[in-house]
Ligand binder design. Structure first.
Ligand code: PAF
Length: 283
């Protein structure tokens, strides 16, 4: 039998009506927020949701508020039919694909901001990015009213910010993190990998390799700045055009590593030509 495509709704009221009907039938609901261009990383989140909740909603919304001037909003890959096909194959129940006006109607003014966590690393390189993410994720969580929402560790800082805002704003949802899905050579799956030329694609795994090398050396190294500088040079030698940051941080606060025995995280953002890649590993 051909897989049944998920029902597509574009209005918040319709999303809420579906969720209410499922709840009335005693079913739990999972939400997987995405910007589309679905790859195996997204699909692993959908599978997790299907395994843990009775009904799975996937949202597909390329959020203009998280793109800065000159970033790739206009060319960001969009193929709703292909995405719906992938979700059908898995058995996701509902695709919430709102138009921009549904999320940001005329006169929209609110902004959710998580300063501190949102100001460092990605926040420093992409001013306004996390306010855009925090605002849309807050809206999606409130709109869907799901029991659980699923996010990938690939966007590690985003994950911390979402956990923080959910706690701070008492949003009744459990945030579940899923490990980064990688190609066989270590490159983290990302919708933006599609921008890489053949040569850049061949160089791209150096990001994960360098992060892993830092993670391995971090435990023994006392001069973290030295280690971070070494890693930045490694990336440039591997053909990256620019390194926004490669940093060893406290895994919960993202504060610079203070040498205390606590979980750490190495995070990086670097450019291959016009394409900006991010990745991170646990220490
Ligand atoms: O990670 C993403 O794809 C986006 O930042 C998210 C969480 C869907 C918000 O637009």
């Amino acid at each position: 039998m051909a897989p049944r495509p998920p029902k597509i709704v574009r209005r918040v009221a319709d999303l809420r009506a579906h969720v209410a009907a499922w709840r009335a039938g005693g079913e739990s609901v999972g939400l997987v927020p995405t910007m589309g261009a679905l790859h195996d990383g997204h699909l692993s989140l959908v599978r997790r949701s299907l395994a843990k909740t009775g009904r799975t909603v996937v949202s597909l919304f390329v959020n203009p508020k998280q793109f800065g001037p000159g970033e790739d909003f206009d060319v960001y890959p969009r193929d709703e039919a292909a995405d719906a096909g992938k979700l059908a194959a898995l058995g996701a129940h509902l695709l919430f694909a709102p138009k921009t006006e549904e999320i940001y109607p005329d006169g929209f003014m609110a902004k959710v901001s998580v300063p501190g966590l949102g100001d460092v690393l990605e926040g420093r390189s992409r001013p306004g990015f996390f306010d855009g993410v925090a605002t849309v994720v807050t809206k999606l969580l409130l709109q869907a009213g799901a029991d659980r929402a699923f996010f990938g560790e690939k966007d590690y800082q985003q994950l911390l910010i979402i956990k923080r805002l959910v706690g701070d704003l008492d949003i009744p949802v459990e945030i579940e993190a899923a490990p980064t899905v990688r190609e066989a050579d270590g490159l983290a799956l990302s919708s933006r990998n599609a921008y890489l030329t053949k040569d850049q694609r061949a160089r791209a795994p150096a990001l994960y390799a360098t992060l892993s090398a830092v993670a391995e050396r971090a435990a023994k190294e006392t001069d973290i700045a030295d280690l971070e500088n070494w890693a930045g040079k490694e990336l440039l030698d591997a053909g990256f055009a620019r390194v926004d940051y490669i940093a060893f941080r406290d895994a919960e606060t993202l504060a610079p590593w203070d040498g205390k025995p606590r979980p750490g995280r190495v995070l990086a953002a670097a450019w291959l030509g016009q394409t900006r890649l991010i990745d991170n590993v646990a220490v």
